[in-house]
Ligand binder design. Structure first.
Ligand code: 13P
Ligand code: SF4
Length: 337
């Protein structure tokens, strides 16, 4: 068990204990009414920077200093002058911030904010997969654990995956992990053959192609935009495919007035701010649940953001050998993108 998962368990036990023994009136008393103001005050006191991913709830996006995709947030984490990085995102993102800025205190509002895609690639199984493909260079999508990063040669994100693969000599065999949908999309984009680990994201594999086609018929004026973590039948329906930041830029610059958005709907908050005159329709999930909201991203709330700053916990920690090994492929990505 890593330090992080031990801390994870401790915090979960602590949270259950607090919930069990603290009357609701006392809980309300520890969280101030004006959370926005309280968070701003703590930010000054701690010399903290709040980094938020586009899939966070709107209130968290509004209180953040920077909002971005995985690549942009990694760059911010690497270059910030702040003493404390509050990462409003999921565990692998906060872990990447700690790998890049080991001397900073890195806080994640809820340590259980993991990632279904990262979970599909356990280190032992991946080590065996690598051993079965000797001579292969390992390019891993940033949505993976520090242990998988430590076994990789280059990290990529959805905004630079094709660009990175194109820089690798044609004769070099490549393993791509852990997302099978991004892997297949990059193969199509680059014409390269990749040995792809068969992992996937539960959120992006939940869009219904059938319902999407029906929605397109109802909205013939709308363009379909999609994240490359979606499955191939959904991507085939898309007019534009890109990372969260690329999708946001596209809706701002396009002359089109309506978009069907096939990614986590948290991004629609920034789309509506960037182009208030345009309309954004979330792509439909397989059933009537709100399953296209990432259940991990949405574990973070404004209250938990405030409490993690007040308590300086939960903190992200990593064994130094894993951190050092994971740092090299991330630095290669930053150099190549
Ligand atoms: P982006 O890098 O496009 O923001 O994607 C992050 C992510 O987790 C998608 O599911
Ligand atoms: Fe992971 Fe999918 Fe959530 Fe992105 S949307 S953080 S890939 S579970």
């Amino acid at each position: 068990m890593t330090q992080t998962s031990t801390a994870n368990t401790q915090h979960l036990v602590f949270a259950l204990f607090i919930t069990a023994v603290t009357p609701p009136s006392t809980l309300a008393a520890v969280v101030p009414d004006d959370l926005f103001e309280a968070i701003q005050t703590l930010k000054q006191e701690l010399n903290a920077v709040i980094l938020a991913h586009y899939y966070q709830e709107p209130d968290i996006q509004d209180v953040a200093d920077y909002i971005g995709d995985s690549l942009e947030l990694s760059r911010k984490a690497a270059n910030t002058d702040a003493d404390v990085i509050v990462f409003a995102g999921v565990h692998f993102m906060a872990e990447t911030a700690k790998i890049l800025s080991p001397d900073k205190l890195v806080l994640l509002p809820d340590l259980n904010a993991g990632c279904s895609l990262a979970d599909t690639c356990p280190p032992d199984a991946f080590a065996a997969f690598k051993a079965a493909h000797p001579g292969h260079l390992v390019v891993s999508y940033i949505n993976c654990s520090a242990e998988i990063k430590a076994m990789s040669d280059i990290i990529c994100t959805s905004s630079n995956a094709a660009k990175i693969i194109r820089q690798i000599p044609e004769s070099q065999p490549i393993i791509f992990a852990p997302d099978r949908n991004l892997g297949r999309y990059v193969m199509e984009q680059t014409g390269r053959e990749l040995v792809v680990w068969q992992g996937a994201c539960i959120v992006h594999e939940n869009f219904s192609e059938k319902k999407l086609v029906q929605l397109k018929i109802q909205h013939p004026e709308a363009e379909v935009i999609a994240h490359p973590e979606c499955e191939q039948p959904v991507l085939r329906q898309a007019d534009y495919i890109g990372s969260t930041s690329a999708l946001l830029k596209h809706v701002s610059s396009s002359a089109i007035q309506a978009f069907i958005v096939a990614t986590e709907p948290g991004i629609i908050h920034q789309m509506e701010k960037a182009a208030p005159e345009k309309s954004f329709i979330p792509a439909p999930p397989m059933n009537n649940c709100a399953c296209n909201e990432c259940p991990y991203m949405r574990l973070n709330t404004l209250e938990k953001l405030y409490l993690c700053m007040k308590n300086k916990a939960p903190e992200i920690t990593l064994p130094e050998d894993i951190r050092m090994a994971a740092l090299k492929p991330i630095q290669r990505m930053l150099e190549m993108s």
